[in-house]
Design a protein around this ligand. Structure first.
Ligand code: NAD
Length: 320
C-alpha cells in the first residue's frame, strides 16, 4: 500500500466506477476519494470515502482540496461525444472549465497535488487525420465540440506541464467497453449494448452502419494503461499532450461475428443515426507505438477474448 491520497472526479461513470475499485485495491479504501455530482449505485462507492462534487463549483472544489489534500487527481468529469453535440455550449464549459479548476489548483505553490490524470479521446482527431495507422502527430481537425475540447485540453495540459511544472499525464482513449458500468453517451456505446442485446433478444439494431471500423479498448486494458501511465517514472513520460492508445479495431459486423461464435442465431441490423456522422470523422486503427516504447504499453485483449469475457460476465443477468 502506498501513502498517496487519490481523488477521482467524475467517479460514477463508465470508467470511474471501475477505476475507483482498482485504485482502492492499490492504495487502500480510505485513501481513494470518489467524487461526482451524483452518487453511483455500485457497491464500490460504499467501500470508502465519497463526496458530492460539481467540479464547476470552485468553492466546493476548494473545500474538497482542503479536506483531503489529494496527491493524485484523476479528472474524468466530461460530457461525451454524442451527449455534447446535444448541448455544445455546456459541454465546452464543463470540459474546459472543469479542467482549468484542476490544473490551476495543481499549479499553486504548495499544492498537495503531485500528479494529474486527464483523459483525451480519439475524438481529438478529424477528417484529415489518416484513418489507418493514425500517427501520434498529424493533422488534428476535430469536428465535434467534444473533440475540440479534448484537443484544446491536450494543449493545455502540456502547457501547464511546460510552464508551471504540473505533472500531467493523459491517454487518447478509443471507445471503452466494459460490463461493470454503463456507457455515458459516446459514439462507440453500441459495442457495449450489442452484448446485452445478444443475450436478451439475440438481435441488435446498430446505430452505426456496416463497415464502420473504430478503435476500441476493453476495460481491463483501459485500467491497466491508465494506472501504468500514472505510475511510470516522470522521465518515461516524454509525451505531455496525450498518448495514442490502441487495443483492437473492428466494424459492427465483426463484433457480431465474434458473438455468433457463442450465440449462433444472433443477428444484427443497421439504422444509422447522427452518431454515424461523428464516427465518420474518427480514425479506424491507431498507431500507439510511442506508448509502447515509452512506458511498455501492451494490451491483453483482442476481439474474441473480449467477447468471451463480456458474455461470461453479463450472462447471469439474463438467466431466467
Ligand atoms: N467511455 C469512453 O468510451 C471514453 C472514450 C474516450 C475518452 N473518454 C473520457 O474518459 C472520461 C470518463 O469517461 P466515462 O465514459 O466514464 O464518462 P461518463 O459519462 O460515463 O462519466 C462521467 C461522469 O462525470 C460526472 N460528471 C458530470 N458533470 C460533472 C461535474 N460538473 N462535476 C463532477 N462530475 C461530473 C457524471 O455524473 C459521470 O458520472 C471522460 O473524460 C471521457 O471524455 C471516455
Amino acid at each position: 500500500m502506498k501513502k498517496e491520497t487519490v481523488l477521482v472526479i467524475g467517479s460514477c461513470g463508465q470508467l470511474g466506477t471501475e477505476l475507483v475499485e482498482a485504485l482502492r485495491g492499490i492504495y487502500g479504501d480510505e485513501n481513494v476519494i470518489a467524487s461526482d455530482i451524483r452518487k453511483g449505485e455500485s457497491p464500490v462507492f460504499e467501500s470508502g470515502p465519497f463526496e458530492l462534487l460539481d467540479i464547476l463549483n470552485l468553492d466546493r472544489w476548494k473545500e474538497i482540496l482542503h479536506k483531503y489534500k489529494p496527491t493524485h487527481v484523476y479528472h474524468l468529469a466530461a460530457l461525451l461525444s454524442a451527449t455534447a453535440e446535444q448541448q455544445p455550449e455546456f459541454a465546452w464549459k464543463l470540459n474546459m472549465q472543469g479542467l482549468f479548476h484542476v490544473l490551476d489548483a495543481a499549479k499553486e505553490a504548495g499544492s498537495s497535488i503531485k500528479r494529474v490524470y486527464w483523459p483525451s479521446s480519439i475524438a481529438a482527431f478529424g477528417v484529415n487525420t489518416p484513418r489507418f495507422d493514425t500517427p501520434q502527430y498529424g493533422p488534428m481537425d476535430p469536428s465535434t465540440v467534444y473533440g475540440i475540447s479534448k484537443y484544446a485540453g491536450e494543449l493545455y495540459i502540456q502547457y501547464y506541464y511546460q510552464r508551471y511544472g504540473v505533472d500531467t499525464r493523459s491517454l487518447r482513449y478509443p471507445g471503452l467497453i466494459g460490463h461493470k458500468s454503463d456507457p455515458g453517451g459516446g459514439t462507440t456505446d453500441y459495442a457495449v449494448a450489442i452484448y446485452h442485446d445478444a443475450l436478451k433478444d439475440k438481435h441488435h439494431n446498430c446505430f452505426l452502419k456496416e463497415g464502420t471500423i473504430l478503435p476500441m479498448l476493453y476495460m481491463p486494458d483501459a485500467l491497466k494503461a491508465t494506472l501504468d501511465v500514472m505510475h511510470a517514472p516522470a522521465d518515461q513520460i516524454k509525451m505531455r499532450m496525450s498518448y495514442n492508445l490502441a487495443g483492437m479495431s473492428f466494424a459492427p459486423e465483426e463484433i457480431a461475428g465474434s458473438i455468433k461464435k457463442h450465440i449462433p442465431d444472433f443477428n444484427i441490423s443497421y439504422t444509422p443515426d447522427y452518431r454515424q456522422a461523428i464516427a465518420d470523422t474518427w480514425p479506424a486503427v491507431i498507431d500507439d507505438s510511442m506508448a509502447r516504447e515509452h512506458w511498455g504499453w501492451k494490451p491483453d485483449f483482442d476481439l474474441d477474448r473480449m467477447t468471451s469475457d463480456m458474455l461470461t460476465n453479463i450472462a447471469p443477468r439474463y438467466k431466467m
